[in-house]
Design a protein around this ligand. Structure first.
Ligand code: BGP
Length: 474
């Protein structure tokens, strides 16, 4: 049985649920000018808001207008926590203002009060794949060092405001995805970067990442001064890479390829760049500008826990690297014959979750928090309005079984589990509604039509029992 303090809950991000993209003084965010696409690589930043184009994020599921009803349903499932993000542009519409927008601050006050009313702890991501569009246009996004100060000012403003309501924070969602310039959706939207022809994309993304790591460390350090009880974590997309075979070349390649993922945890947790990065930068002729004092900042701003998303593993094959056709832009990755894939090609591997937790805990020895995991699928509503999402239950059950093994058999210190998209929301990689994760169904289709009515799926009742029984009744 998992401990009574284990944080069971669910996760979403502001721009994938709230809608109300220009309401209450909110400014446009990069995700508000992003087109939908069948696959992540097709999603594009437009040059501002296109007339007549249906931006799925603009209304999303209107959590902004429905949050009371939704929180009540989370409470009915027994959530101990709820992970969401704050939309930077509700607080600072352009991003470089001195004074925050009171109406935006008030919205999150109300949301957090509503959660606390039911004893649900808010878990807040400060930057979940978005930033003010103004900072992209005027400053070039995170390429520009000035953005560090804007982000720190925004973060400390909300930490000060909610210091008695929010204890759990995370700085950047899936920060390691930003480095993945082969998959521009992450590079562009997360960090608001548009490369010029002269720029070396990888060098540019390392610069972006350095700025974010420094900003994150500043926020961790200063945040602890605001409230020493804050638990401030980092957040990484954890996609462990298996060697495709026991060929030593595959094994060695998997170690090298994992560096890309570890880099972020290594800096966040250990407070310094790891030894393997310097020779890599030298080999690739990458130069990252660091200012005097940055090393000290990284040292002083180490995180309290590691938040992670886990959806899949990938297998890598050394002799497949050169052809550049890896799955989802991961060089060298090939389908793993031992696991199945979702309709979107994500390889389903529950044991990989236990493996991931062991890898991270052995390396860092600080608490871990699974803040995303889940099964994106097309749901069918039966004639009587019920939704039998047994495939989702099966996926989550298998993953919870493995996380329990990691905790009980392997001694991993795991703070909690918040399945992604606990209420249906706009998919990030496709910008569509049809890829659903929720325990709660929302009546809205890909064309943006629907009543927005909420209904409980079969998994709703199942997850309620899981929480009630502290993970015993799966
Ligand atoms: C993660 C993101 C989330 C979420 C999730 C599922 O990478 O942090 O924002 O969207 O993936 O992805 P998708 O919605 O594309 O299925």
């Amino acid at each position: 049985m998992l401990s009574k303090d284990f944080l069971w809950g669910g996760a979403v991000a502001a721009h994938q649920v709230e809608g109300a993209w220009n309401v209450g003084g909110k400014g446009p965010s990069v995700v508000d000018v992003l087109t939908a696409g069948a696959h992540g690589v097709d999603r594009q930043i437009t040059d501002g808001v296109l007339e007549g184009y249906n931006y799925p994020n603009h209304e999303a599921i209107d959590f902004y207008g429905h949050y009371r009803e939704d929180v009540k349903m989370f409470a009915e499932m027994g959530f101990k926590c709820f992970r969401t993000s704050i939309a930077w542009t509700r607080i600072f519409p352009n991003g470089d203002e001195k004074e925050p927008n009171e109406e935006g601050l008030k919205f999150y006050d109300d949301l957090f009060d509503e959660l606390l009313k039911y004893g649900i702890e808010p878990v807040v991501t400060l930057s979940h794949f978005e930033m003010p569009y103004y900072l992209v246009k005027e400053y070039g996004g995170w390429k520009n060092r000035k953005v560090i100060d804007f982000f720190v000012h925004y973060s400390l403003t909300v930490m000060e405001r909610y210091k008695d309501k929010v204890k759990y924070w995370m700085t950047f969602n899936e920060i390691n995805n930003q480095k993945n310039y082969e998959y521009p959706l992450f590079g562009y939207t997360c960090s608001g970067v548009i490369f010029t022809k002269e720029e070396h994309p990888e060098e540019c993304m390392y610069q972006v990442v350095h700025h974010e790591l420094v900003a994150s460390a500043m926020v961790v350090k200063e945040g602890h001064k605001i409230n020493p009880d804050f638990k401030i974590g980092c957040m990484m997309a954890c996609v462990p890479l298996y060697p495709y075979s026991c060929n030593p070349d595959d094994m060695m390649y998997s170690v090298e390829a994992m560096h890309d993922r570890y880099l972020f945890g290594d800096v966040h947790v250990r407070g310094e760049y790891p030894s393997y990065i310097w020779p890599e930068w030298k080999r690739k002729n990458i130069h990252v500008n660091m200012e005097e004092g940055d090393a000290q900042i990284l040292k002083e701003g180490t995180v309290d826990y590691v938040g992670l998303s886990y959806y899949m593993t990938n297998a890598v094959k050394a002799d497949h690297v050169a052809d550049g056709n890896g799955i989802d832009g991961f060089p060298g990755s090939v389908p793993n014959p031992y696991v199945k894939s979702s309709d979107w090609g994500w390889q389903i591997d529950p044991v990989g979750l236990r493996y991931a937790l062991n890898l991270l805990y052995e390396r860092y020895q600080i608490p871990l928090f699974i803040v995303e995991n889940g099964f994106g699928a097309i749901d069918t509503v039966n004639e009587d309005g019920t939704i039998d999402d047994d495939y989702r239950i099966e996926y989550l059950r298998a993953h919870i079984e493995q996380l329990k093994k990691a905790v009980i058999d392997d001694g991993v210190d795991l703070m909690g589990y918040t399945p992604w998209g606990c209420i249906d929301c706009v998919s990030f990689t496709t910008g569509e509604m049809k890829k659903r994760y929720g325990f709660i169904y929302v009546d809205k289709d890909n064309e943006g039509k629907g009543t927005l009515k909420r209904s409980k799926k079969k998994s709703f009742y199942w997850y309620k029992k899981v929480i009630e029984s502290k993970g015993e009744q799966l």
